[in-house]
Design a binder for this molecule. Structure first.
Ligand SMILES: Cc1cc2nc3c(=O)[nH]c(=O)nc-3n(C[C@H](O)[C@H](O)[C@H](O)COP(=O)(O)O)c2cc1C
Length: 171
């Protein structure tokens, strides 16, 4: 059985829910023992040395990862398999997906040339209804109709979990 660590940064819980779905699939179908960790609690984070595989995830706020999830990318992952995803409202919109993928994922990973993820993905996100009035309009490109405040595509997230599961299971 392989040991897998899922670490994530979240502000409103959308990334947490995606991680939980991925965890279940990896455990049930790909023979992984999975530990899941909110990087808000940085100091007690499980020891990376205890894991074969790692998934790193972050929600995006005004174009930024959470501070700790971004900091986590600087670890030395050695020969571990690493997969990365982000949760962002832009990534869930067809016309903004490319922007989100490049700006929030590819550009951030380019700052860590030693980190070569086996898989990476930009998924849609969820803005809690109560946050909608707080969003600074000049700092976010798109205005969403209220019914689109959750544009996560669970089929895509599950499909990616299967893809990652197959890669993580291989020796
Ligand atoms: C104040 C605020 C700013 C946001 N800024 C962005 C942004 O710049 N780009 C984007 O794609 N999504 C943005 N979002 C949407 C979040 O990325 C989305 O809600 C994501 O799923 C949040 O993940 P989390 O709940 O794990 O933090 C913003 C949401 C809020 C509430």
């Amino acid at each position: 059985m392989k040991e897998t660590l899922i670490v994530y940064g979240t502000r409103y819980g959308a990334t947490t829910e995606a991680c939980a779905v991925i965890q279940k699939i990896l455990e049930k179908e790909y023979d992984q023992h999975v530990e899941i960790w909110d990087l808000e609690n940085w100091h007690a984070c499980p020891d990376l040395n205890d894991f074969d595989n790692v998934i790193i995830a972050s929600g995006i706020k005004y174009g930024e990862w959470t501070e700790n999830s971004r900091k986590y990318l600087s670890n030395d992952f050695g020969s571990k398999k690493v997969a990365v995803f982000i949760s962002s409202i832009y990534a869930g919109e067809d016309e903004h997906y490319e922007h989100a993928y490049e700006k929030f994922l590819v550009d951030v990973l380019e700052e860590h040339p030693n980190l070569k993820p086996v898989a990476k993905a930009a998924f849609g996100g969820r803005i809690p209804k109560e946050q909608l009035p707080n969003i600074a309009p000049e700092r976010i490109l798109i205005r969403l109709p209220e019914h689109q405040y959750d544009n996560r595509n669970w089929d895509l997230i599950e499909e990616w979990a299967h893809q990652v599961g197959k890669l993580f299971k291989e020796d």
